[in-house]
Design a binder for this molecule. Sequence first.
Ligand code: HAM
Length: 422
Amino acid sequence: MTSIRAIKGFKDILPGETELWQSIEQTATIVLGAFGFREIRLPILEKTELFARSIGEATDIVEKEMYTFTDRSGDLLTMRPEATAAVVRAYLQHKIYAQDPVQKYYTIGPMFRRERPQKGRYRQFYQINAEIFGVASPYADVQLIVILVELLGRLGVKDAKPHVNSLGCPACRPDFRRALLDFLASREDRLCSDCLRRRETNPLRILDCKVPRCRETSMDAPALEQFLCAECRTHFDTLQQALDELAIPYFIDKRLVRGLDYYSRTTFEIQTAALGAQSAVAGGGRYDGLVQTLGGPDIPATGFAIGFDRLAEIVAADRQATTAVPDVFIAALGAAAQARAFPWLTALNRDGIAADMLFEDKSLKSLMKRAGKLGARHVLIVGENELAQATGQLRNMATRDQVPIALNRAVAELTRHLADGT
Ligand code: HAM
């Protein structure tokens, strides 16, 4: 019979990797906590309409990548392809804005997009999201970039570089859109079929098409920056000045239009060469109109999402895989020794000591082999003789030294010796 494998693009994160994921998560929550973010946990399933209305009907995500199905009562549901829309939904549903519109949230969890799987691109992937509501100032955007730089720095990621751009606002973007379409009008024959379609639905996306011919064609396209209205210009200038002031190097990337429709003004990505083709380890930007689009008041917002899988891949490349090593392995020989030793093992584990034991009747040789395989730092040997003399032997596996352990006080003595490192 053939064995069942995971679905294509869905992967397991195994022990050995999970330790790294935990430590990244811990660092992220510490950094985010220091910047005033609090955790929000959200459902994985939402009404399809939430994503269609926020991410945009004409985006790749909504057009072709969502896992959408009708449930048994006929509701159209979608496995979330991103978290921002759901965070806004919760912010509105619980009328959090009515108590205080200024909120900073983070959320960590799986997202689902039916993209073509490759290294760094999965169909179930994880994100660390941070969202700030109620702050229109570009300093909020800068804060988000600072958090990303700080977090990646703490994790030892060396070549992470923020790319920034401004997409303008509903007042100035239509002018740019028109100028872009004028520019493309005489160059239709040089666009790929996707871009020809995008011209009608989402012309800005032509700027970040990866097809070399399209990239070449759009090289001399007008830059959005030249079309910014006075408010958007000041916003973008202030963002750059603040980054300069903090001595954070960045790159102004006029192609940075992002794949979701809700952005206005600032967009940013953190890119690194370590990832090859999937160069963005994090992306985000301002989405001032989204709260209103989803039926709420006119409240500005900005945020980012880190690709957790990609971040873990970069960090893992520099770190050794970890293994869980027991501090002590109890080599209990025979049923009587096992019965005596099992409560000791349980007490040690309950006290937070990494202790292990094999629940099988094995020879001393094979128990020692097992302890060696686990990399145990100490082995407590308890056989018939030790039981008779009420004294076991604790062997330090590195030094080969042995110390006697009084078995009627086994847990206390083991704890003391392990703490001493003897
Ligand atoms: P996004 O650019 O679609 O933005 O995703 C953010 C990050 O998630 C990407 O930079 C990448 O690292 C990771 N990512 C995306 N798709 C995949 C995939 N298929 N496999 C592995 N990693 C992936 C958003 O999702 C926005 N909601 C970010 C945001 C928050 N904007 C404002 N607030």
